[in-house]
Write a protein that binds this ligand. Structure first.
Ligand code: DC
Length: 213
């Protein structure tokens, strides 16, 4: 049986994943799924419920019980609009802890596979998409960029926060995402590594399109 028509876009924070994955989905007329937003949604639900972030059982229960309506422009968690809040500082600092919980990942990976099954494919962005969620993806891309460039991009997105502060946060999240026991950020077998530091969005998108089988 052929694998699903998934294009997996993985890579660290600030590598350009979201911008590239969205542009690629538009270019190819495919649906787009931001799995980072799903981990952020669980962090949002947990913070809202006042759950102790050390309580893995409660975090997993929160993930399983969460009603999530996620699309390109909005994120609604248990009926509450969380579109802005999932990008805010509280969620951003809690999300690495939430994403390290194995049972949270099991729940969200199941949702990601259902999302693809319902659509027959799409562009899926995250950290473990090519390595764990869709190892049979049609194409696996691992985006990187220099730490300086990644910090510059994130500082620009977050409205002029000091680049050094952003760089420190990126280093902390890289270490947490790469060092965790379950599904660490790795370059998946068979993935194509693309350094986006000196490329425009269009150049990266065209490079990916050219790689499609
Ligand atoms: O891409 P992002 O910054 O929105 O991701 C938020 C967090 O979720 C980040 O700490 C990494 C984690 N994540 C993950 O562990 N697995 C994914 N597939 C996507 C994101």
């Amino acid at each position: 049986m052929p694998g699903p028509d998934v294009i997996a876009i993985d890579g660290p924070a600030g590598s350009g994943k979201t911008t590239i994955a969205r542009a690629l989905a538009d270019r190819l007329g495919l649906a787009y799924l931001d799995t980072g937003a799903m981990y952020r949604a669980v962090a949002f639900a947990a913070l809202r419920a006042g759950i102790d972030l050390q309580d893995e059982v409660a975090l997993a229960r929160t993930a399983r019980a969460m009603d999530l309506q996620l699309d390109r422009t909005s994120c609604v968690v248990d009926g509450v609009d969380a579109t802005q809040a999932i990008r805010g500082p509280e969620v951003t600092s809690a999300v690495s802890v939430v994403a390290a919980v194995a049972d949270v990942r099991i729940d969200l990976v199941g949702r990601q596979r259902n999302w693809v099954a319902e659509r027959g494919g799409g562009v899926v962005e995250g950290r473990d998409i090519g390595s764990v969620v869709f190892p049979d993806a049609l194409l696996k891309v691992y985006l990187t960029a220099s730490p300086e460039e990644r910090a510059r991009r994130r500082a620009g997105e977050t409205g002029g926060i000091d680049v050094e502060v952003v760089a420190a946060d990126i280093r902390r999240r890289d270490a947490a995402d790469s060092g965790r026991k379950v599904s660490p950020l790795v370059e998946a077998d068979g993935s194509v590594i693309l350094d986006t530091s000196d490329l425009t969005v269009d150049e990266v998108v065209e490079a990916i399109v050219a790689l499609l089988p």
